[in-house]
Each structure stands twice: as C-alpha cells, then as structure tokens.
Write a protein that binds this ligand. Sequence first.
Ligand code: ADP
Ligand code: MG
Length: 422
Amino acid sequence: MTILDVRSRDVLEQVPKGVCDELGLRQAHELTGGGTPAQVYRCEDADGNVVVVKLLRAGAGAGAGTVDGHDLGSFLRKPAQIARIHRELPGLSPHYVPLVGQWQGRDWGAYAMPWIDGVSPVTLLHGGEGGGQQFLAALQSVFGVLGTHGYAASAMPAPPGHGISTHLDRLTRRLPLLTRHLGRLVDEVDLRVNGRAVPSARELLRRTAARADVLAAIEPTQLYYPVHGDLNLGNLMLGTDGGPGRDLGPRFTVVDPRGIDEHWDPVYDAAKALFSLTLFDAAMAGGFEIGRDARGYQVRLRCPVQAYNTAAAQVPATLMTVEFFRHLGHTDPLWLRRLLYAHAFHVLAEAACRLSDQTVRTFPGASGWAARRELALGLYLSGLLLLDDLLSGPSDPESDPAAHLACLTTVDGSAAASSSPS
Ligand SMILES: Nc1ncnc2c1ncn2[C@@H]1O[C@H](COP(=O)(O)OP(=O)(O)O)[C@@H](O)[C@H]1O
Ligand SMILES: [Mg+2]
C-alpha cells in the first residue's frame, strides 16, 4: 500500500504549457499517494529523464470547502521553504528534495523536483519479522538528522499561546466545515463510539481550554528552525538504490514541506509521523468501516495493520533516544505529553482535510465524495476517542502511550479482534 500509485493514463495536457515547454516534457502520469488537493505528476522528457511536477490550481477542493493549508498561497510557500533549507542548512540539504523549477500562473502554482527513487518508511513494516525494529531504527535515524542538522539550527522562545492557536484554534476554525458535511454529530452530546460515551469536538475543545495542566503541556517552551511542518511518513522517502545522502548517514529524502517560514514545534512533526502509523496511512489505503445502531457508532479501520499499531506504541520511546528530543526534555519536560495531545488534535483536524482533498479514492462501498466523507467521519470519531481518553485518563498519559493508543482499538471495553498482518 505504500508503493507509489501511478495512474497509467498520460495526462500531459493537465500540466501547464509553460512548464512542459521549459522542461521539455513528453508525458505525465499522476501519482496518487499524497493527501492534498495538489496534483503530483511523474513526467518524462524526450530523453527519458524523469521529473516530478506538483501543481495546485486555486479553488481545488473548494466544492466542499478548503481548509487552511490547502490554499494556493500556502502551496507557493513550499518551494520557498525547500530553497531556504538548501541555502541555509548544509547538513540537511542532502536529505531534502532539490528544486528543478517553480512557476506561478494567474490561478495556479507549480514546482518540479527530480524523481526520488524511494519508499515510505512504513514499507519496512510490511517486511515480516525484524521489520518493526528496522522501521524504528530508520525513524530514529531520520529524526536524528532532522534534529541535529535541522531543528537545532536555530531556536527562539515560543510566543505565548502558540500551542492554543496551533491546535485548539485550528480545530475551531475547521468545525464549520465538519458541521456542514457531518451534520449534527459535531455538536451531539450523547455520542457513543465503540461503546464509549464521548463528548462532541466542541465540548472537548471547551474541556481542553479549561484544563490548565493540559494547556501547559500543549505550549512548547521554544520553537525551532522550520524543517517541515507536515511530516506524515508519506513525505519521507527511504532510498532504495543510493539516493541523496548516501554517504551522510541514513539514506532518506524529505518531500512536501508545509510551506512555513516561521519557527515551528518539532513535536508537531513527530505527532504527524505517529498519526501515519495509528490511522492515516491505513485509512487512506482502505478507509473505515463505520456502523451505527442503538448502541451508537462503531468505527474501525477497514484494513488495519497490526505492525503499524505495534510501531506506533514505540514511537515515543524511540524519539526519546534521539539526541535532539533528549535535550528537549531538559527545557520542555512536557513534550511527550504534547506529542499525544498534538496527535489527537491532528486526527480531528485531518477529518476536515479529507473533505477538502479532491483526490478520487475508492473503498469497498464508497468512492469519490462518499469515500471522502467516510474518511472524514472515521477520523472524526477516532479523534473524539483519542482526545476524550487523554482528558479523562491519567494526568500523565505519556507514561504509558500504548495504553492511550489502545483506545482506538478497544470496543465495548475490550481489545478488538486482532487485525490482519498487512
Ligand atoms: N520527487 C518525488 N519523487 C518521487 N516521488 C514523489 C516525489 N514527490 C512526491 N512523490 C510521491 O508522491 C506523493 C505525493 O506527493 P506530495 O508532494 O506529498 O503531495 P501531497 O501534497 O498531496 O501530499 C508523495 O507521498 C510521494 O510518494
Ligand atoms: Mg505529502
């Protein structure tokens, strides 16, 4: 499921003419592995050289409503962030996708990169015995490089309220979009999900805002160099045949930064990586099974991957072995708790992103808009479970992350039937 999806139809006509002419493109095939309304094309020129062109047209996704971050302005900042990293961070540059060109039209933007021969790190988790250890070792190496050569390049005190605006305000901004498409559910008070009574997102936001101890954990003490900002594991490509960075440690290449130029909380990136394992990758591949009866909602990933769950529970301990995060513990002792809260907020916020992403997906029984709604609803219900578990559980959930994450697979108080291996 993590091997690139490349559509077979040649869609060169979708690539703006100026881009085709400048790069001498002869064919273009769409890559469907991403998660935003942008189109990503694997293109070839007359000599068979391969480049990847990423294109966003203003208004893509606007039918359902566009979330912040899926707009053209944010898109245009992505190549700027890539260029800045190559200029300013010599240690990280070999691990970051290079830019071949960038273009801006009246209502579109595009940039081109070399083709990176690589796979998402989760591919290791499909490798059978030993895959889990290899995956965690890769994750440790990647964050080791990002930490030492990236985040640590500069730091500044976090402005007061940074965590609230990043997590709580973002979800508040997205509630109207969720309400428009998920209806009353967003405000429903007597909701049961997998046998557990959960408050609505609005109520969870209110409870979060009322908890001084939680707000303290959500606030980073420092912000660091803007290395990425959207580090789901699909945006990391492990080299398969000697990609960039070969002699510099782990062979990996970072693609698709958020498009930020301000300092950032590295824990946000780590939480995105965790979210890839707990829900995002398996949801994008297979969707959710969602039922509703007198007992409330039942939600589960349609194609869960046990190895992802096992790895997810070990992410916090793995990060603690990374020098950057070990040091972070001295100045920001609650960062691991923030990781779990940031993860729960990502899940809820991502529910809205699924409504704004126009990529056509097909799951058993749902495709197109219905598949997008299925993803949004599945993530929304899962996010309620996670945030409610944090707010109503022990005050130090980071001491047993596995117990917290198990709330996703617990049905009527006991663990769900064991999931398929792949
Ligand atoms: N330069 C590249 N070389 C090879 N594959 C790429 C390249 N850029 C992107 N991809 C693949 O396409 C997917 C989608 O691209 P991405 O830029 O992440 O789009 P999105 O914004 O939709 O997430 C990536 O997850 C990766 O698998
Ligand atoms: Mg991406």
